[in-house]
Design a binder for this molecule. Structure first.
Ligand SMILES: Nc1nc2c(ncn2[C@@H]2O[C@H](COP(=O)(O)OP(=O)(O)OP(=O)(O)O)[C@@H](O)[C@H]2O)c(=O)[nH]1
Ligand SMILES: [Mg+2]
Length: 357
């Protein structure tokens, strides 16, 4: 990225930063106000820089990032936030590439952002390049923005960065923000707490693998699509649809009056997109009319507050050498089986209370 001044004109070449290793330190020196106004006019370079800023774990950057979020934050539900999950290889990236293009082609006003969240990236670096190369057409589209997952730091940190990236995309005028889970891990819950609609991609199967689908995912799903349903896979896909609808009945009621629709699609052959787009549209219209979208976002804010407090308290605890040594000692006793986790917790809390008075 050049050191030139901020270009606030929209242009087809204003793509996302292609260098995932781009570091905050090399960011051109733009003021927070300049970044905010760039985002306000949909400048993707400004957006990209802003996301790099909110991903940074440097204390000074965190403060600046918070100020930026405060400046750009808009009220109301302006973008459709859609989470896309499913086992590795189910076709999430192929789906986003082709369904993203489908939306852009059917609606000239649509602007699509794709964010990826990868809890395993804190260790491995994730499949950042894989996704970049898989979404070639979409990544070159002037109304699309693809951002690889934040890496480094804790899952909590990655989630916070993704949440803020989402707000930034929304402020930049994106109509659809997709959050894709990359890699394996416990990212589904995180994604479910970031989005309005949780789209679960499944695959046609023999039926046995249904047991492998976590019950939690079925509970979180707002929309289900069975990918790879083209051609010879169609009969198996239909059976999977029946199995999944039975499984849905078992998980009980959705949080609000909504039964997740199940659509057969092929991300590769671009089939079933119209029906899926209709399902998504119905979901959003229904959720809005019931006041559910607003309610859901409020609950999510509370969830992230709770998460922040929990993580923060934990960090505070470990930052104090005396408490850390008590904590480590108790942890060892639990590992050895000398203390039950409950007794150890109580002991730790008693120690903390003593330290507070
Ligand atoms: N037959 C068929 N293959 C598909 C379809 N969608 C995706 N694939 C193929 O499935 C493989 C995995 O697709 P990806 O889009 O990379 O899957 P993913 O879920 O993003 O995978 P991870 O990022 O590794 O979690 C690729 O070889 C795709 O070409 C489909 O609709 N039909
Ligand atoms: Mg992928």
């Amino acid at each position: 990225m050049s050191k030139s001044t901020l270009n606030t004109q929209k242009s087809a070449t204003d793509g996302p930063s292609l260098n995932p290793k781009f570091k905050a330190g090399r960011r051109p020196q733009l003021t927070i106000e300049e970044l905010a106004s760039g985002i306000g006019v949909g400048d993707m370079k400004a957006l990209s820089m802003a996301i790099t800023l909110v991903e940074s774990t440097v204390a000074d950057d965190i403060a600046k990032g918070q100020e930026l979020i405060r400046l750009v934050r808009k009220d109301g539900t302006v973008a459709q936030r859609i989470g896309v999950t499913g086992v590795p290889g189910v076709g999430k990236s192929t789906f986003l590439e082709n369904f993203g293009m489908y939306i852009l082609e059917s609606d000239p006003e649509a602007k699509i952002a794709v964010l990826a969240i990868d809890p395993s990236s804190t260790k491995t670096g994730g499949s950042i390049l894989g996704d970049k190369t898989r979404m070639v057409t979409l990544s070159h589209h002037p109304r699309a923005f693809i951002r690889p997952s934040a890496s480094g730091g804790s899952l909590g940190g990655v989630a916070r960065a993704t949440k803020e990236a989402l707000l930034l995309c929304e402020s930049a005028g994106f109509t659809h923000v997709f959050v894709e889970t990359v890699g394996v891990g416990q990212s589904e819950t995180t994604v479910a707490q970031l989005v309005d609609a949780f789209l679960f991609l499944a695959m046609p199967g023999t039926g046995d693998e249904l047991q492998g689908i976590k019950k939690g995912i079925m509970e979180m799903a707002d929309i289900i699509a069975i990918n790879k349903s083209e051609g010879g896979n169609a009969p198996a896909a239909k059976r999977t649809k029946q199995d999944l609808s039975r499984a849905l009945q078992l998980v009980g009621d959705h949080d609000f009056d909504w039964t997740p629709p199940i659509t057969l699609i092929s991300a590769l052959a671009q089939e079933g997109f119209e029906e899926l787009a209709l399902s998504l549209d119905q979901y959003f219209r229904h959720a809005k009319s019931q006041g559910w979208l607003e309610e859901k976002r409020k609950r999510q804010e509370l969830y992230w507050f709770e998460q922040g407090v929990q993580n923060g308290l934990h960090e505070l605890l470990l930052a104090n050498p005396k408490w850390k040594s008590t904590y480590d000692g108790l942890k060892e006793s639990v590992t050895k089986g000398d203390l039950s986790p409950f007794v150890a917790t109580r002991t730790l809390l008693e120690e903390l209370k003593k330290g507070m008075v």
